[in-house]
Design a protein around this ligand. Structure first.
Ligand SMILES: *[C@@H]1O[C@H](CO)[C@@H](O)[C@H](O)[C@H]1NC(C)=O
Ligand SMILES: *[C@@H]1O[C@H](CO)[C@@H](O)[C@H](O)[C@H]1NC(C)=O
Ligand SMILES: *[C@@H]1O[C@H](CO)[C@@H](O)[C@H](O)[C@H]1NC(C)=O
Ligand SMILES: *[C@@H]1O[C@H](CO)[C@@H](O)[C@H](O)[C@H]1NC(C)=O
Ligand SMILES: *[C@@H]1O[C@H](CO)[C@@H](O)[C@H](O)[C@H]1NC(C)=O
Ligand SMILES: *[C@@H]1O[C@H](CO)[C@@H](O)[C@H](O)[C@H]1NC(C)=O
Length: 214
């Protein structure tokens, strides 16, 4: 009887050990799934005990880990579900999508005849970068034949130097809103820089002379 009791105690202690101080630990700079598919990560034992996990976004990057890694100042302000949140290991909070209502867009690219342009029922997926006020976009470009049609998150495009001039792209607000058919007239053709520069210069010259005349 006493043997069974001690086995029981050992087992309980083992469970407490195995499940305490384990947090999802990842950084979306190294692994975008940390932001987009956190359910794929298993919790790992924390190096230093604290019984608390955190998840936060810093400059659009999602970081998850053990609260003992955070400095006091960060920890003391880590109390909102938009930028930083802590929870005890039992709640498994730091393995859920964060912030909870972050944007999802259809994300794909291909030629003008590709699945990306033709299939408007594609499922949206979570944007890898978190940015307040982010939008979805559609871009078409007659110059680039392999990547001429793109759907995605505006924050991702802009960090790659695309759609920085939003009049180059169709943008919209709301999860999966970028499902328009490729031939919709509201989707602009991305400007070829030479043509745009030439025509705007021409307009400035015309405007100059028109103003001079009056
Ligand atoms: C996340 O990863 C990036 C790139 O490796 C690194 O610069 C950054 O310091 C990391 N952040 C944390 C909190 O570990
Ligand atoms: C763990 O704690 C030690 C001593 O306080 C500290 O030097 C170390 O940086 C901590 N490690 C982590 C991953 O927080
Ligand atoms: C951080 O907070 C802990 C507990 O509140 C305290 O023991 C520690 O000295 C603080 N560290 C710093 C650097 O202020
Ligand atoms: C797109 O498809 C049409 C008809 O299926 C075809 O005529 C055209 O050559 C294709 N264009 C490209 C760029 O593949
Ligand atoms: C087409 O777009 C892709 C992705 O943006 C880029 O890597 C490639 O260089 C472009 N090709 C041309 C001819 O502009
Ligand atoms: C776009 O293409 C679809 C089928 O390919 C057609 O039914 C629709 O009328 C087109 N829309 C426009 C605005 O051209």
């Amino acid at each position: 009887m006493r043997f069974l009791l001690s086995v029981g105690i050992v087992f309980v202690v083992f469970l407490a050990y195995a499940y305490s101080d384990s947090c999802v630990q990842c950084n979306s700079s190294n692994d975008p799934k940390c932001a987009t598919q956190p359910e794929n990560f298993l919790a790992k034992q924390c190096t230093n005990s604290s019984s608390t996990c955190y998840v936060r976004v810093v400059d659009g990057v999602t970081i998850r880990g053990c609260a003992s890694e955070l400095d006091n100042a960060t920890l003391s302000t880590c109390n909102n579900n938009m930028e930083c949140m802590t929870c005890s290991f039992m709640e498994g909070c730091n393995g859920a999508l964060f912030p909870q209502y972050r944007l999802s867009c259809i994300q794909c690219s291909g030629s003008l005849n590709s699945t990306c342009s033709l299939d408007i029922s594609a499922r949206p997926s979570v944007c890898p970068t978190y940015k307040l006020g982010d939008k979805c976009y559609i871009r078409r470009d007659d110059k680039n034949t392999t990547q001429s049609f793109q759907r995605g998150c505006l924050s991702t495009a802009q960090s790659n130097g695309v759609c920085t001039d939003t009049s180059d792209c169709y943008t919209c607000e709301g999860n999966g809103c970028n499902f328009l058919q490729a031939n919709e007239t509201v989707i602009p053709w991305a400007k070829g820089s030479g043509y745009v520069y030439g025509s705007s210069l021409f307009m400035i010259v015309v405007a100059f002379f028109v103003t001079r005349q009056s």
